[in-house]
Design a protein around this ligand. Structure first.
Ligand SMILES: [Zn+2]
Length: 118
C-alpha cells in the first residue's frame, strides 16, 4: 500500500492503527479474501481508494548454498572446527526451511576460502 502525497497525519495514524489491529497475518488474509481490493476496503474503511495494479505474489526465498556458506564462515573458526569434528553440518534456512548439507570437504573448502579472506 502506498500513500499518495498530501495524505494527512490523521490518515496515516488511522491506517497504522487498523493495520496494527489486524488479528491475522497476511497469509491468512490472502486465504480469506479472494480479492485483495475487498481486504483493502475493509482496512481503510470509507476512505476512497483506487486499485492501480494487482499482482499475484508468490513466496520465493533467495537462499542458496553459497549464502549459507557465508553464514557458516560468519560463525567463526571455532564453530567451523566444531562442525568439522562432527563430520559436517546441515544448515536450515529460517525463511523457507530448505536444508543445505555441508560435508567435511565442503567445510574444509570454506575454511580455506575464509583463511584467504575470500
Ligand atoms: Zn530459504
Amino acid at each position: 500500500m502506498q500513500l499518495m502525497p498530501g495524505a494527512s497525519e490523521d490518515t496515516i495514524r488511522i491506517l497504522e492503527e487498523r493495520a496494527a489491529n489486524l488479528q491475522t497475518g497476511i497469509s491468512s488474509v490472502a486465504e480469506k479474501y479472494e480479492d485483495m481490493a475487498e481486504f483493502v476496503g475493509q482496512l481503510i474503511g470509507n476512505h476512497p481508494f483506487a486499485v492501480h495494479e494487482q499482482t499475484k505474489v508468490r513466496f520465493h526465498c533467495s537462499c542458496s548454498k553459497n549464502k549459507m556458506s557465508d553464514t557458516l564462515i560468519g560463525l567463526g573458526e571455532n564453530e567451523m572446527a566444531a562442525l568439522m569434528s562432527q563430520g559436517g553440518a546441515e544448515v536450515l534456512c529460517h525463511f523457507c526451511n530448505e536444508s543445505y548439507r555441508f560435508d567435511l570437504d565442503d567445510l574444509k573448502t570454506l575454511q580455506e576460502h575464509a583463511a584467504k579472506g575470500e
